[in-house]
Design a protein around this ligand. Structure first.
Ligand code: ATP
Length: 137
């Protein structure tokens, strides 16, 4: 098995979808390894999305992602990263397949309900951004 990292974004938290989204994730076969409700500062959001710093939507993305509480989680399953991208659907909810999390809960391209890591390497980086990885005793 391997791991991916997800955030339930401020729009979906505000709209009351935490429970339904976590149910879709566990029903798809994921074990929740780490889980917390938290909020990104502006600096946190700038750091997390640094790869998009030159994009036209960067300011909007940072403002949105720091606008309210999020849920951060590390998830485990076979083929975790790719299967999760399928489960959440296309970035733009208008293009997301039926039955995907974004089709059901996203409101727009910017406010698209969930994040999912795009590679094993980024899943590890993003998980470590949100959770202290300690030795287990
Ligand atoms: P995520 O990284 O959140 O899982 P993604 O990999 O599907 O999303 P990216 O292209 O990495 O999409 O964009 C990161 C996030 O930036 C998107 O999820 C969306 O919230 C926002 N975003 C992307 N394109 C736009 C845009 N044109 N206008 C506003 N926001 C955008």
């Amino acid at each position: 098995t391997n791991r991916t990292f997800t955030m339930i974004k401020p729009d979906a938290v505000k709209n009351g979808h935490i429970g339904n989204i976590l149910a879709m994730i566990t029903n798809a076969g994921y074990q929740i390894v780490s889980l917390k409700l938290t909020q990104l500062s502006v600096k946190d959001a700038e750091n997390f999305y640094a790869i998009h710093a030159e994009r036209s939507f960067f300011g909007e993305l940072v403002e949105f992602m720091s606008s309210g509480p999020i849920v951060a989680a590390i998830l485990e399953k076979e083929n975790a990263v790719d299967d999760f991208r399928t489960l959440i659907g296309a970035t733009n909810p208008n293009e997301a397949a039926d039955g995907t999390i974004r089709k059901m809960y996203a409101t727009s391209l910017g406010e698209n309900a969930v994040h999912g890591s795009d590679s094993d390497a980024n899943a590890a980086i993003e998980g470590a951004f949100h959770f202290a990885i300690r030795e287990q005793f």
